[in-house]
Unconditional design. Structure first.
Length: 298
């Protein structure tokens, strides 16, 4: 019996080309660890969340070993407001008193388990943990230019044993950025810092930041200066030349530090673009900014 000819052969062929283009990347990254830092506007609505989760789950199904490290800043602020507290910031950092820490942990756990549920709904096993579990994230008190900002932690040590155990059992680990100090007090951790520290500790092949910007620009006001690939030395030149400022500076410093400590490549993507993760990793063109080692010529 003859098969019906597809109505739109061009469309079908395009799909085949996309799959063929992805093949070398799937082969190259098979069994490699990828840490995805997920937060900001990419978490702002359920549809965006579901699409990001679909992308990460697909990465797992084609052989990657993804780990999600998530934030919850905007959601924490919303709940702090709900209980009638005024969010306080010192040098751009949230002041976390006892009550705010309690709210932050509840909110982060709520976000954590909602992401777990989305992964499970697709048919993949996920496990939601925080940095408290298995001594994963050990911290000490962080100060903002010498000023006390409460229960905000600076990571001093990462014990990735629990992550390796979950990966070995074929779970997708989803991690909330909360840690314990040497006296077992609970601290909130900047999610970017947590993602970098975890990526370094597990020797991740890739660290991906889903952010609220398209990537890096030489001049933020000139869209033609977009940088799709840059080395760590070139990043330092950009910073030295004053081209990177504000909230991007600590993020970019984190990126270069991660690469200098064993992470192979860092990607900065606009998490509001549907399937940005797949477009960056599985296509020749890419979509965001990739930061690479100085000796990487590809």
């Amino acid at each position: 019996m003859l098969m019906d000819h597809p109505k739109d052969m061009d469309d079908v062929m395009k799909k085949a080309e996309v799959l063929i283009e992805a093949l070398p990347y799937i082969q190259k990254f098979n069994r490699k660890i990828i840490v995805v830092k997920y937060g900001g506007s990419a978490m702002s609505n359920e549809e965006l969340q579901k699409n990001v989760i679909k992308d990460v789950t697909l990465l797992k199904l084609v052989g990657f070993k993804p780990i999600i490290v998530h934030g919850g800043g905007k959601e924490i602020s919303r709940w702090v407001g709900k209980v009638g507290k005024e969010a306080q910031f010192v040098n751009g950092m949230r002041v976390t008193d006892d009550e705010t820490m309690e709210i932050a942990e509840m909110v982060l756990n709520k976000v954590n388990k909602s992401l777990v549920a989305m992964v499970q709904e697709i048919g993949v096993n996920a496990a939601g943990i925080s940095g408290k579990d298995g001594h994963l994230l050990q911290v000490e008190k962080k100060y903002a230019d010498g000023q006390d900002i409460g229960y905000v932690g600076e990571i001093t040590n990462v014990d990735p044993t629990i992550i390796y155990d979950l990966l070995e059992k074929d779970f997708l680990p989803i991690i909330a950025p909360i840690g314990l100090d040497k006296d077992f007090k609970t601290y909130n951790i900047n999610a970017d810092d947590a993602a970098c520290a975890i990526a370094k500790a597990v020797g991740a092949d890739k660290l991906v930041f889903l952010t609220d910007i398209e990537g890096l620009y030489k001049d933020i006001n000139d869209k033609s200066t977009f940088i799709s690939r840059i080395t760590t030395s070139q990043v330092k030149e950009l910073i030295g030349g004053g081209f990177v400022g504000g909230g991007m500076l600590p993020k970019i410093s984190n990126c270069t530090n991660a690469i200098e400590n064993g992470v192979n490549r860092v990607h900065i993507l606009d998490g509001r673009i549907l399937h940005c993760l797949l477009l960056e990793i599985f296509t020749n063109q890419g979509i965001g900014t990739a930061i690479v080692k100085d000796d990487e010529l590809e």
